[in-house]
Design a protein around this ligand. Structure first.
Ligand SMILES: O=P(O)(O)OC[C@H]1O[C@H](OP(=O)(O)OP(=O)(O)O)[C@H](O)[C@@H]1O
Ligand SMILES: Nc1nc2[nH]cnc2c(=O)[nH]1
Length: 186
């Protein structure tokens, strides 16, 4: 990456709109953890982090889930560090056995939802006894892969803008941003 490109990355952060502070996100994650615990604490689930974007929300959720579960990951990408979606590319299939067990898929964002639908279908085909999804963010628009598509557990809803922070990237950067930010003009 050139200095000019790195300067653009810094400028994106400086000019971005803060949609949710880290305190607000923290509260939302607490609520998600309570709802997930109420549904799954007796189910012995396998929890899959969807890399890369799911990294932060999965880590922050896991320490709030105080019941027996196994944590693992899978890696699928549709945006490939750009700001528009393509077909889903599987980089790593689910890395733990889950046949006959409930599965919880954890990701940062349900945007159009093609990513989650494909991952959940895959888990069902491979024999999960039930498949649940938890997403930190649900984006409000009418381009969902299926009308009315929702995750079982959702942290926050946002307007239809391109966002970064808490695992979500801008051109591969700012997954570490401590809040949910919208890119100026997008
Ligand atoms: O609902 P959709 O429109 O399918 O988009 C949501 C997906 O897009 C992002 O992943 P991305 O493909 O950018 O890969 P990443 O996890 O490496 O950022 C995000 O982490 C979700 O997995
Ligand atoms: N970083 C990021 N990734 C996404 N994947 C789908 N929608 C988005 C978004 O708004 N931001």
């Amino acid at each position: 990456m050139t200095q000019v490109e790195l300067d653009e990355i810094k400028q994106i952060y400086q000019e971005a709109d803060l949609l949710f502070s880290s305190e607000q996100v923290d509260q939302a994650i607490n609520h998600m953890a309570e709802a997930i615990s109420a549904s799954l604490s007796e189910q012995n689930p396998v929890v899959f982090c969807v890399m890369n974007g799911g990294l932060v929300i999965t880590g922050q959720l896991l320490t709030r889930l105080n019941f027996p579960l196994e944590a693992s990951y899978l890696h699928a990408t549709r945006y490939r560090n750009t700001t528009s979606g393509h077909s889903l590319e599987w980089k790593v299939p689910p890395m733990s056995a889950f046949r006959g067990r409930p599965v919880l898929i954890v990701d940062d964002i349900l945007d159009e939802g093609h990513t989650l639908v494909e991952i959940m279908d895959h888990c069902r085909r491979e024999g999960a006894s039930a498949v649940y999804a938890a997403v930190l963010i649900d984006k409000r628009h009418d381009r969902k892969a299926q009308p009315g598509l929702k995750a079982e557990f959702t942290g926050l809803e946002i307007e239809d803008r391109y966002i970064f922070g808490y695992g979500m990237d801008y051109k591969g950067y700012w997954r570490n941003a401590p809040g949910i930010f919208a890119v100026k003009g997008l």
